[in-house]
Design a protein around this ligand. Structure first.
Ligand SMILES: Cc1ncc(COP(=O)(O)O)c(C=O)c1O
Length: 495
């Protein structure tokens, strides 16, 4: 297991293609061998399989594609004849350098940003495969998004004398910043409109902070597991991670103190409400202790509030920024988890000099989030629709959560335990026996289920998965969880 402070290793040219779930269709007119050839030509030609990439063995391919080995061998033979793959003396097969060697293909992955983990790349593709049941997805099902209300607002927007077609101010559209400031105030955070930067989703907020505020080689303390392990925004900027354990009341203050002492100049990233992936909520007492410690160690705090509005049983304690009297906290928010991830609207609130530094980088990055999205978001937040939508959403998510928990009781009680979230989207499930979640990922895919292995959030934890009750329908949850339990039980018996 790589240490916490690792930089993710680059797969470079030895990577085996991630399983992308494609399989030949025996009922299609093109013979299986031809279908496999077409598929591989498309992968190589499109650059998804770069020069030098190692292919799985014929045996493995025949297992994944569910065809005879001879069919695989024939398709690979045709690729070799065309000079697109080559077999070395040890028997390994790689994508050949081809005529484009020396061009841009040689630069793939040479830049400063790390590639996604292979499983994340596979998930990003497979989430658009309609045949799969998505049991781990971090977004609301389209039926839970306020389609009709936003449609009406868009129609109203279309009637306004002038559409917002120009660039916006560096901090973002004033109307939206005012609306965000009012939203924050309702949660206990005092931040005027000039202390708010509109971003293209909270993810861009993280990128801007990684690039603009933290020196290379510095350390970010964070919960372990954490959402941040599944993206590479901070590691790509040369920032090291130091993971802190957490329990049902949030991150361990004892460990925070020890790590803050060990890494002078470190910053802290935390998701105090409905943590991704564990669902934990930091208690009010823990929040106070954390802020006292931050003050003592002069620790800058980055609070990710992506899920804080999504309480299902009772509102969480006030955000950390509401307790901040010293300008120590930057607070991230987003409309992605409640209203629409496609709008790409998020925000950062914090001290003005920090916000203006981040705005300057944002201007150099994309000149601002879409002005149409910003205006629509402002209308949305300024109307009564937001509050009404949230109330309906909470009730829908509550029944989905309860349904998912009942299904887990039915199918998983003998092999796993799990968190019971009081909000957000996620259930963090742990198998009693060691079970490689990456193996389970492959096997579940074959059974038509797409899941999020726990390793994406904690490289060292291979026996967990993150389930989400926000995306799959009730029927899909029933079918998907039953199939997943059967697959897990089969793997557990085999091992
Ligand atoms: C904790 C957390 N923060 C930030 C984000 C980024 O969301 P977006 O960029 O869509 O606002 C996510 C998305 O999964 C998340 O889970």
């Amino acid at each position: 297991m790589p240490p916490d402070s690792h930089s993710p290793s680059r797969p470079k040219k030895t990577a085996v293609p991630p399983p992308d779930g494609w399989q030949p269709d025996p009922s299609a007119p093109l013979p299986l061998q031809g279908q496999i050839l077409e598929y591989m030509l498309e992968r190589i030609g499109g650059g998804a399989w770069p020069a030098g990439m190692r292919l799985p063995s014929q045996r493995e391919l025949s297992r994944r594609l569910r065809v005879d080995r001879s069919t695989v061998a024939a398709a690979l033979g045709l690729l070799a004849e065309r000079g697109l793959i080559e077999t070395n003396r040890g028997g390994g097969t790689r994508v050949a350098a081809g005529p484009s060697a020396g061009g841009w293909n040689d630069y793939v992955e040479e830049g400063t940003h790390y590639p996604n983990l292979p499983a994340v790349q596979a998930i990003n593709r497979l989430e658009f495969d309609r045949r799969l049941i998505r049991l781990g997805t971090g977004e609301l099902h389209p039926d839970l998004l306020p389609d009709a209300l936003l449609r009406r607002m868009l129609a109203e927007l279309a009637q306004s004398p002038r559409l917002p077609l120009s660039y916006e101010e560096p901090l973002g559209a004033p109307a939206l910043r005012e609306a965000v400031s009012a939203e924050l105030s309702a949660s206990g955070i005092q931040a005027d409109a000039d202390s708010v930067l509109i971003t293209s989703g909270a993810l861009q907020g993280l990128q801007l902070i990684a690039l603009g505020l933290l020196p290379r080689g510095s350390t970010l303390l964070l919960e372990k597991p954490s959402y941040l392990y599944s993206i590479h925004a901070f590691q790509s900027a040369g920032i090291k991670f130091s993971g802190l354990p957490l329990d049902e009341d949030g991150l361990s203050i004892r460990h925070l103190q020890a790590e803050a002492a060990r890494h002078p100049g470190a910053a802290l990233y935390t998701i105090p409400s409905f943590h991704n992936p564990t669902g934990a909520v930091m208690s009010a007492g823990r929040r106070r202790e954390l802020m006292a410690l931050a003050s003592r160690f002069r620790l800058p705090v980055l609070e990710d509030g992506a899920y804080q509005e999504l309480w299902l049983d009772a509102p969480p304690p006030p955000p950390l920024m509401a307790l901040d009297t010293e300008g120590r906290v930057l607070h991230l928010g987003t409309l992605s988890k409640t209203v629409s991830p496609g709008l790409r609207i998020g925000w950062i609130a914090g001290p003005k000099p920090v916000i203006s530094r981040l705005a300057d980088i944002k201007m150099q990055t994309d000149y601002g989030a879409s002005s149409l999205s910003q205006l629509l978001a402002a209308r949305w937040l300024n109307s009564s629709a937001h509050g009404e939508h949230l109330a309906g959403l909470r009730s829908a998510l509550r029944s989905r959560r309860d349904h998912a928990l009942a299904l887990l009781d039915r199918h998983f009680a003998s092999i796993a335990d799990w968190s019971v979230p009081a909000g957000g989207f996620y259930i963090w499930l742990r198998f009693h026996q060691p079970l490689s979640a990456l193996r389970l990922f492959d096997a579940a895919l074959e059974a038509g289920v797409l899941l999020h292995p726990g390793q994406l959030y904690d490289r060292g934890d291979s026996s967990r998965i993150r389930l989400s009750f926000a995306y799959a329908s009730g029927a899909e949850l029933e079918q998907g969880l039953a199939a997943l339990a059967a697959t897990a039980k089969r793997l557990l018996t085999e091992s």
